[in-house]
Design a binder for this molecule. Sequence first.
Ligand SMILES: [Zn+2]
Ligand SMILES: [Zn+2]
Ligand SMILES: [Zn+2]
Length: 706
Amino acid sequence: MSYGAGITQDHGSAIGNTFRDPLVFFDPDLTSGNTQATDFDFDDLTLPSQQSHLPLTDINTSQQHNSIFQSDDFNLGINNNNHTIQQRDLPFEDEEEGFYEKDLPKHACAYCGIHDPDAVVMCNQTRKWFCNGRGNTSGSHIVNHLVRAKCKEVTLHKDGPLGETQLECYNCGCRNAFLLGFIPAKADSVVVLLCRQPCASQSALKDMNWDPSQWQPLIQDRCFLTWLVKIPSEQEQLRARQITAQMINRLEELWKENADATITDLDKPGIDEEPQQCSLRYEDAYQYQNIFGPLVKMEADDDRKLKESQTQENISVRWDMGLNKKRLAYFSLPKANEEMRLMAGDELRLRYVGDSSKLTWSGVGHVVKVPNNYGEEIGTELRISQGAPIEFSTNFVVEFVWKSTSFDRMQAALKTFAVDENSVSAYLYHRLLGHEVDDLVMKVTLPKRFSAPGLPELNHSQVYAVKTVLQRPLSLIQGPPGTGKTVTSATIVYHLVKQNQGQVLVCAPSNIAVDQLTEKIHKTGLKVVRLCAKSREALDSPVSFLALHNQIRNLESEPELKKLQQLKDETGELSSADEKRYRTLKRKCESDLLRNADVICCTCVGSGDPRLSHGYQFRSILIDESTQATEPECMVPVVLGARQLILVGDHCQLGPVVMSKKAAKAGLSQSLFERLVVLGIRPIRLQVQYRMHPALSAFPSNIFYE
Ligand SMILES: [Zn+2]
Ligand SMILES: [Zn+2]
Ligand SMILES: [Zn+2]
């Protein structure tokens, strides 16, 4: 690139043969601020006056001295916002297994996670990156690291304003960052890095009108100079991991034994140790993840153990065929008890053991019917109908197939909350962690009429709730039974959509609650899609017609898909070419339907479905029955972009069901709603709708609040 070459060449000649490979920088006064805009113009820079005789190739072959002035580098430096998002293409049809995971980029500060390429530096010895922010310590993270680990050499990020550059003395090649400095040039637009001794005091400089007494170190006040490495903004630093000097010390100690250790290893409890207790407030989302992650793991382990211990032998099977031509197996489990908590959609493995001389068979199916009473049958739809031993009815074994999907999604949400700054708004981030934040009232145009079309008229306390919620980024609604909380929630969702805030995500921990809310929201005339887990698609509900998989079936706009669907339904199986075409079309239609919906309804865990993860951001999220969800469960929808969060629940009712006693004791059984109440956020209370004397009902219901 000619600009870079022009400048570096020039200095090669200006300083003469004494100096090695040229490593030059623009004068900070000239470059500062210029990296922000795309209209960066190289013609604005005054090039040094002398011309050079250095051949171009010499400069270009010098790898570590990447010329820093190429315009491409600047462009890269500007478009640096996409580093956190690593989208994975997941297999579609069986995506129950999948979940969306966000990770910090490699160049994230090993202390605090900040990863703006302008603000990070790599330590050459350890190849770890550190930011130039101080966080809670007296020196910047990079300087802290260099001092504590006795490292000295650093490289700038390739996407930073100066490009990938190893810092070293222009003259002698010394790379000790603590000895390096520069002399601000008077007229020239370039600066040269020089070590203090001996190079900065060499006589050659005088020939160039550089004054050695003007030499300044690159590290000042325990930070790198900001024209070299930006200091991350205050906001970035607040949103990052809050690491203390003490934690830094421990981490550096850990690295001496294990270079790959991360800060999460500091908090890892030993195998027999009690887990860390949940707290009311968290320093940052990393601490939050470090506390909840192990609790979710415990719960997952207990769940797995319990489910896998449910193997039952000597089961008799009654075979049937579903309308969709899938094989159904009915059986009763003598030991189906409360503890097993069998739910529709759960997977069971059915094995025919027969007598030992014959071949055995096993097939997986998901539960389509759960017994309501003792002795009732469980219905299972087999995934693969062919080959089922329908001629036999006895000697079967039923095993539970445990799936980690729900727990994986909670873990992924905890991680996203920590590493992805777009997962929630800054306000919600600090609020959810219990930090002190000033109340925020949003500027919105309130509707003239609060009741929504198709729904019952609201009473005073409901109007008050709707009005308040619309103006706040975070609201808790306490709605005991009989207060019309579903109608109120649906009305809120209606107005959120009408305010043009984009798509609204509506969740609840249970499918029943999601269905009820879906039904009410549909009545307002909004376009609603109910997203179900694949394993639950065969189940019927009052809102089946709103379920994504059924809307796809009834789609008139895609006759080819409809034909393939019919074929699949009739024959049970498609040829592999047809199946491929069918999946492609289905995926496209699903994506179109989801994108065009006003409201998407699903369970909390269901919102971790990969179909919602690719590029979806929900500004407004309402979670009903949130007092019955664990905190990590609630976070699955929340991290999908929440700017406005409404938690509906009743903290006087029972909290979430947690099976692991250890995890429950550590605090997993406290809901997010409840913690926020303890933190002092007052829930808006819906009032029981007594039939009041007309005179009394004219009173503003606010009067009854506390
Ligand atoms: Zn840092
Ligand atoms: Zn180092
Ligand atoms: Zn030197």
